[in-house]
Design a protein around this ligand. Structure first.
Ligand SMILES: [Mg+2]
Length: 350
């Protein structure tokens, strides 16, 4: 089939945004074809990424053929190369992610197959979910057996005590066998991280996420052996297999966490997973419990642990995508409908 049009749009979220976090600046990309099949993608980068798609990358895709995963790979390389002067990461690659995901959805819909099958997966597995947020009691009631504590407040005299209290609270609700992780969102330095590893030693922490900044690969590599058995995780702010090759060379992280909708889409994520296997690193996707991550997990060697960013029980969220898989007893299953198996809430695009 031939691509006849491609358009990105920033959804018209009706709840106030209050910064970029609530909706992560996510954009929708729609690809039209000459056979009447439409593909839908999800990228990052907000209105700036919308402009990148509509005013540059779109014209490079018109009249291109998209009949196989190899075609998508070829188109990814074409768009990446064309956007090098202003891209290679950040908003340009968040835009490219939305296009790439739309092309995988398109191919799945055209072939009447779920995306995980196009990636080589045989059937939809049950994937353990982990809940990110503060409300350990709610997560336990909901059946989760894995929890990540957001802990990014600035460091002061009470920080270690508060971290221990948060770990205690999570263990009290979820039990000794649950997976427990901490995400400090770049709020710690190396000394704080080492001290935190000692403080939290009794709580059997699986990983510390986003310590230092993503630019300090040497600092991360030095820190990694110093906090064992706690693992170092990161990568949500890193883009494409080219950057993850640097992470591999530096030995900066035990767990790589690319975000499928930001790092370059399904195509880049597959390449990152292949690199991780070579490097002996584990890939646990950022927001991997969302539909795009679930298909990657089901179709590749990616670790079967899917993040859901839930916050707390009082949070409300507008549904942009309908039919998203919901956790059942702490597990998620990707849809076996064609493409990603989703419908778009068109009301948010008005
Ligand atoms: Mg994080």
């Amino acid at each position: 089939m031939k691509i006849t049009d491609i358009r990105a749009v920033y959804p018209n979220y009706r709840q106030p945004l209050g910064g970029w976090r609530p909706y992560l600046w996510q954009i929708v990309v729609r690809v039209e074809t000459d056979v009447g099949v439409t593909g839908y993608g999800y990228g990052g980068g907000g209105v700036a990424a919308v402009e990148v798609v509509n005013r540059h990358l779109r014209e490079l895709l018109l009249d291109e053929r998209c009949d196989s995963p190899a075609d998508i790979e070829r188109l990814w390389d074409k768009l990446y190369t064309a956007s090098i002067p202003y891209g290679r990461g950040g908003i340009a690659i968040m835009a490219l992610s939305g296009i790439d995901i739309a092309l995988w959805d398109l191919l799945g819909r055209a072939e009447r197959q779920p995306v995980y099958a196009l990636l080589g997966g045989m059937s939809a597995p049950r994937i353990r979910a982990y809940a990110s947020g503060d409300d350990a009691e709610w997560f336990a009631e909901s059946g989760f057996t894995a929890h990540k504590v957001p802990f990014s407040r600035s460091v002061d005299a009470s920080t270690f005590e508060r971290a221990a209290a948060a770990a205690e609270e999570s263990r009290r609700h979820l039990g000794a066998d649950a997976l427990l992780m901490f995400d400090c969102y770049m709020a710690w330095d190396a000394a704080t991280t080492r001290e935190m590893a000692r403080t939290l030693a009794p709580y059997d922490i699986y990983w510390f996420e986003d310590v230092l900044t993503p630019d300090d690969l040497d600092g991360l590599a030095a820190l990694r052996p110093q906090i064992k058995p706690i693992l170092l995780a990161g990568g949500e702010h890193d883009f494409t297999h080219y950057r993850f090759a640097d992470i591999a060379r530096a030995g900066a992280l035990d767990i790589w966490q690319p975000d499928v909708t930001w790092c370059g889409g399904i195509t880049a994520t597959r390449r990152i997973i292949a690199q991780a296997q070579e490097a002996g690193a584990t890939v646990i996707l950022h927001r991997g419990g969302e539909p795009w991550g679930l298909h990657v997990i089901a179709g590749t060697e990616c670790e079967a642990l899917g993040e859901l960013v839930l916050g707390n029980r009082n949070r409300s969220h507008e549904q942009l995508w309908l039919d998203e898989p919901q956790p059942v007893d702490g597990y998620l299953t990707p849809s076996d409908a064609p493409g990603f198996g989703l419908r778009l809430n068109e009301a948010l695009l008005d």
